[in-house]
Design a protein around this ligand. Structure first.
Ligand code: HEC
Length: 335
């Protein structure tokens, strides 16, 4: 059996275990299952939940609230990574919907600021609306908690056309989430299924040695959705040389408990907040050991990049010498 089908079966089992009532009541989630109530998008448009956002589409649905200081920014950043990998389909066959679990406070404007911090392209809609109606939609998707902070950090994947629905975790390997959402498309399952690609371990050109470092593993999973080292600002600032530009104690506090730094009106953080609008560095529950590993990884990676950057210059000087030699050689030949 193809791995995709095994995955779907496993996901379906989880789904029916989580909401047996739902699965029993309706053989498929569809027109008669989802509310078609009016909801508001981050752009202030009014749309119908089922007709405009679900009908005939493959969707990835997440649950967020904009004042969330821990997991929702990370969940959303990880979905941004998935979206980066499905550029060929996003806004065409595959759509992302992020539903607030705090409709009382999340106005379209707040959703817009949050959304813009993560993604500016087509195919991703953030929605809010009348609290009762939004809660009814959340409940249909298995998200029944009354308190925003209790909401599930899961995502729901579905294809309205085939009636296949599954739960997934935004903290699974991004490659697997990509595979799971693509797998919702029967055409992709038929023609483009490439198990080797999906099963290949994630590698980068730094090889296995660095990959085994605890700091690198943590960084890749928890920080890389928002930060790069040396590839520019993303959702958060580029962390190249951050161990040089900030002192260790501040860095430690920033990684372990940015909320406390913010509460203390730390000026450095206030400046960063002003630059990175709509999203805050979340409290990610990093221990002192995790933090030390991360700082050591950041220092090492920055040094490695400095070395690499020093090399092209050396090559350039070398090229230049070659050209000069060639030129000299030519000029002696010519006359
Ligand atoms: C959801 C996105 C997100 C995630 C995940 C995240 N950060 Fe951040 N980070 C930010 C933002 C945004 C800022 C800018 C400060 C602010 O506005 O809160 C920031 C700032 C920082 C800074 C200060 C940078 C500077 O220039 O001084 C450090 C250090 C940092 N993050 C480290 C980490 C580490 C390490 C992890 C992983 C454990 C991580 N971050 C995970 C969004 C994120």
């Amino acid at each position: 059996m193809k791995r995709g089908s095994v995955f779907l079966l496993a996901a379906a089992a989880v789904l029916s275990a989580l909401c047996g009532d739902v699965a029993a009541a309706s053989s498929r989630w569809g027109k008669d299952y989802f509310p078609n109530t009016e909801v508001l998008t981050q752009n202030g448009e009014t749309v119908h939940f089922y007709d405009d956002l679900i009908k005939g589409k493959i969707v990835l649905i997440s649950f967020i609230f904009t004042s969330c200081t821990d997991l929702c920014p990370l969940t959303t950043a990880r979905i941004t990574q998935v979206v980066d990998r499905i550029q060929d389909q996003i806004g065409k066959k595959i759509f992302v919907i992020s539903i607030t679990v705090d409709p009382e406070n999340d106005t379209p404007d707040k959703l817009k600021a949050f959304a813009d911090a993560f993604y500016k392209g087509p195919g991703w809609t953030f929605i809010t609306g009348k609290p009762d109606e939004i809660r009814a939609i959340n409940a249909k998707l298995g998200n029944k908690s009354e308190v925003a902070t209790d909401h599930r950090n899961e995502i729901v994947l579905g294809n309205d056309s085939t009636g296949e629905w599954a739960r997934n975790s935004p903290f699974a390997d991004i490659e697997n989430v990509e595979l799971a959402i693509r797998d919702m498309d029967p055409a992709w399952r038929e023609g483009h299924y490439a198990p080797a690609m999906a099963l290949a371990p994630a590698t980068d050109h730094h090889g296995l040695k660095l990959e085994r470092e605890p700091g690198q593993i943590l960084f890749k999973k928890i920080c890389a959705p928002c930060h790069t080292v040396g590839v520019g600002d993303r959702i958060g600032p580029d962390l190249l040389d951050v161990t040089v530009r900030r002192d260790r104690q501040w860095l430690g506090q920033m990684i372990m408990n940015p909320a406390r730094l913010r509460a203390e009106n730390d000026q450095t953080l206030a400046d960063l907040d002003a630059k990175f609008k709509g999203v805050r560095m979340p409290n990610l529950g990093m221990s002192a050991t995790d933090t030390a590993d991360l700082i050591s990884y950041l220092a090492k990676k920055s040094a490695e990049i400095a070395d690499l950057r020093a090399q092209p210059e050396a090559t350039h000087v070398h090229d230049h010498e070659d050209t000069t030699a060639h030129h000299d050689h030519g000029s002696t030949d010519n006359p």
